[in-house]
Design a binder for this molecule. Sequence first.
Ligand code: SAH
Length: 257
Amino acid sequence: MVHFVGAGPGAPDLITVRGQRLLSEADVVIYAGSLVNPKLLEHVKKECDIYNSARMTLEEVIAVMENAEKAELTTVRLHTGDPSIYGAVREQMDLLDNRGIPYDSCPGVSSFCGAAAALNLEYTLPGISQSVVITRIEGRTPVPDKERIEDFAGHGATMVLFLSTGLLGELSEKLCMGGYKKDTPAAIVYKATWPEEEAYICTVGTLEITAKKHNITKTALIIVGNVVLPDSYDRSKLYHPEFTTEFRRGRKGAEKS
Ligand code: SAH
């Protein structure tokens, strides 16, 4: 059996309870060494075989899983954040399907949640944005034509950009072409939830210069939209005294604040 497990964004205590249990029971662990905190490996069994997938191909990863399965061992494939976001898990699962090897998935805290925590930020502020676009700029890996940054920017919704820190000049340009103003608030969060976490609030127009100033070239997320620095937003209906919900009767004329 192979368990795909989300390691969380960095802090070792941000893996789920289930993920930690699966890790502690694993005979083989294959972890994404470029971003998974090695501290998570301190609690695996003494006899556990550990592989760093940063130096392996897909075929090599699958071969390790296949050998473990033949020996009736349990494998944990440890991915950074949540495996479903830029995790390249589908291709592994398809090859496991071909070989009749069973697997399941344990979610993790994605780095975009870690970045919001670093800024005490709410992505979906009423009256500002009720949607979050998770995307990336095209680099060495292509992005479908229909998913151009300019088109997403046209919605004015909150955007979170993964894997884009090396192309911030181009990113600013595309965001502005789509309709974001240069002075729209933005943020750069480096290594969210790690001890070396850094978070900077800037604007769409100053993304590149801010990253340069702080020597940030990778392992960062870019957040764009007025939710970063809201000047006014609507309070939630759910907690408004006049609003009736399944659990609470609203009172007409109850004090607004
Ligand atoms: N599955 C992961 C994303 C993997 S893609 C998740 O759910 O978070 C790798 C990219 O994620 C990095 O280039 C960076 O943009 C972002 N990233 C991963 N961990 C991060 C962290 N702790 N802080 C900021 N960005 C991070």
